[in-house]
Design a protein around this ligand. Structure first.
Ligand SMILES: NC(=O)C1=CN([C@@H]2O[C@H](COP(=O)(O)OP(=O)(O)OC[C@H]3O[C@@H](n4cnc5c(N)ncnc54)[C@H](O)[C@@H]3O)[C@@H](O)[C@H]2O)[C@@H](O)CC1
Ligand SMILES: Nc1ncnc2c1ncn2[C@@H]1O[C@H](COP(=O)(O)OP(=O)(O)O)[C@@H](O)[C@H]1O
Ligand SMILES: [K+]
Length: 499
């Protein structure tokens, strides 16, 4: 699914109106209908609904929603800035329609504190949408501050008021803090970054029937990884195949005390479809690896840490988990990196070693996949002001070095040398535990060995890893989720794609 700027969304809306020969009011009605259905689905037992409307089209959505919910027997109360009714056209039409309904009370923002709002009531923010272009101040600002203190179920229409949709919002802005954001047709960048996403709560995207023809022709370099993309990437296994057809994955990982990282990466590679798996690890891990992952072949790479890397034939390598940064390992890893020609997966301590020896970056084979978490990224490429800027820096580095950068986060980004950004929306905070990244390295190496392109291996692998995490969290809880549980769910994810 493409990710668009607010400017592009507006353009798509306008062109949809043109080619479908509808009035813009129809789109607002579609948006309100979709909102109404979602609210009925999620909160049908909720009694009172307090809707706060601005003067723009976001406010218009709020007025139209109020009318529709009223006809569904909800007790609706409307709030707007009665001292400054300066509506855009469609908001005005919907406001006037609403005034005809006697049972809906229309109140000024300043009256909010006169009402008793209960924790089971709905507070709906239709103040500002993607048209916000400055800080919320004055009466609206005071209102948002009051709403943020109220204990109720808080829903933002399209985007929490106060957030810019395409860029970082300054720290001093007043922003509505939603439990859920119900947004129209597209994800917005603001939902995907930690600084801004924290205001959005759960995200629900509603189809309001914008023209697919127009959406397809509108260019974007930013994408959400969705099921359609994954199904287009997934390669079905040929019945007449043998282990030679699915590549030789080589996991280079582990040191004394960190053999677990090698085990996790190895097991994840085994579960992700590779034909043969080799693990290069120090001798101290031999017994552990052979007993915990007997399908993999052990290659001795040293005594207590890796000092020597000898690859089997046709190796596709993932290097880094639990290697440690012993001087001998550092030398060995640098020497290894210098001499590779095929794309690699590079993670964890291999990234830390590169950070200390940045000149090696230029020797890394083109289209290798680097998987830094935010700290590792910082060590590699420097500090940025915020996570939006981090994406920009990663884009620059991916292009310069011809590498795929997987920026690991709640919404991990896959950044390509061609300057595309793919945002992942699977995964959950249960995965925020030591060892989850090792599992990802195993998955990515396995997919790369099966001849997925680097870009597709990264997109597919990151999505699969997160989806496995979601399946695992469904079963138990985020608190008790372990990286091994991710590995156990990889099979279920493949089944999900095949079905
Ligand atoms: N364009 C369309 O056809 C549709 C738009 N929809 C809704 O329309 C919204 C966008 O509507 P608008 O473009 O009217 O934008 P908004 O409703 O976000 O309102 C923006 C208006 O407020 C002003 N403004 C911006 N920031 C302000 C601030 N901090 N303080 C005071 N005034 C401020 C702007 O100058 C503009 O007039 C979407 O988010 C969505 O909710 C939906 O109804 C679907 C259809
Ligand atoms: N809150 C979260 N939501 C979604 N995914 C997460 C979250 N926290 C961590 N993850 C995922 O778990 C993995 C953690 O990787 P990393 O930090 O390298 O862990 P480790 O150091 O244990 O290998 C990444 O793929 C990351 O995207
Ligand atoms: K809003």
């Amino acid at each position: 699914m493409k990710l668009f700027t607010s400017e592009q969304i507006l353009k798509i809306e306008e062109e949809t109106i043109k080619i479908e020969k509808i009035h813009s009011l129809n789109l607002m009605e579609r948006a309100a209908e979709a909102l109404k259905s979602q609210i009925i689905e999620d909160y049908k037992n909720c009694e009172k609904v307090f809707i706060f409307c601005g003067n723009g089209n976001n406010g218009g959505d709020g007025f139209a929603l109020a009318r529709l919910l009223h006809y569904e027997f909800f007790n609706v109360k409307i709030f707007c800035d009665l001292e400054n009714l300066n509506f855009k056209e469609n908001a005005k039409i919907n406001f006037n329609d609403l005034k005809k309904i006697k049972d809906i009370s229309i109140n000024d923002f300043s009256e909010v504190e006169k009402f008793k709002i209960d924790k089971n009531d709905l507070v709906i923010d239709a103040l500002f949408g993607i048209g916000l272009n400055r800080k919320i101040e004055g009466k609206s600002g005071e209102l948002v501050n009051i709403l943020n203190e109220i204990n109720a179920i808080k829903i933002a229409v399209d985007i929490p008021s106060g957030l810019f949709s395409d860029e970082i919002t300054p720290d001093d802005f007043i922003i509505f803090k939603a439990d859920k954001t119900v947004s129209f047709q597209f994800w917005k960048k603001a939902f995907l970054y930690p600084e801004t996403g924290k205001f959005c709560g759960e995200i629900k995207i509603l189809d309001i029937g914008l023209s697919h023809k127009i959406i397809d022709s509108e260019i974007s370099r930013n994408f959400i990884i969705d099921d359609i993309l994954i199904i287009s990437i997934y390669k079905k296994r040929n019945d007449f195949s043998n282990k030679g057809n699915f590549g030789n994955s080589v996991i280079i990982a582990g040191s004394h005390g960190k053999i677990g990282a090698a085990v996790l990466a190895t097991k994840a590679a085994l579960r992700s479809g590779s034909g043969l798996i080799f693990t290069i690890s120090p001798e101290c891990g031999n017994f552990i690896l052979q007993t915990s992952a007997p399908e993999a072949m052990f290659i001795n790479g040293g005594e207590n840490h890796i000092t020597n890397i000898e690859l089997p034939k046709n190796a596709v390598c993932g290097i880094g988990p639990g290697l440690g940064t012993d001087e001998e390992t550092e030398k060995c890893v640098l020497n290894f990196l210098k001499n590779q020609t095929k794309p690699l997966v590079i993670d964890a301590d291999a990234l830390n070693i590169i950070s200390k020896n940045k000149s090696i970056l230029k020797s890394i084979p083109e289209n290798s996949i680097l998987t830094p978490h935010p700290k590792e990224f910082e060590r590699l490429f420097g500090i940025t002001q915020n996570s939006f800027d981090r994406t920009d820096l990663a884009l620059k580095m991916a292009k310069e070095l011809k590498l795929i950068i997987v920026l690991k986060d709640h919404h991990t980004q896959i950044i390509t040398p061609q300057q595309d950004v793919f945002y992942n929306i699977t995964g959950n905070s249960g995965m925020a535990k030591g060892g989850s990244g090792d599992v990802l390295t195993g998955i990515l190496t396995s997919l790369l060995s099966q001849k997925y392109s680097s870009k597709n291996a990264a997109i597919f692998g990151v999505w699969l890893h997160g989806k496995a995490g979601d399946f695992a969290a469904e079963k138990s809880s985020k608190e008790s989720l372990l990286p091994v549980d991710l590995i156990k769910k990889i099979g279920k994810v493949f089944k999900y794609i095949q079905d």
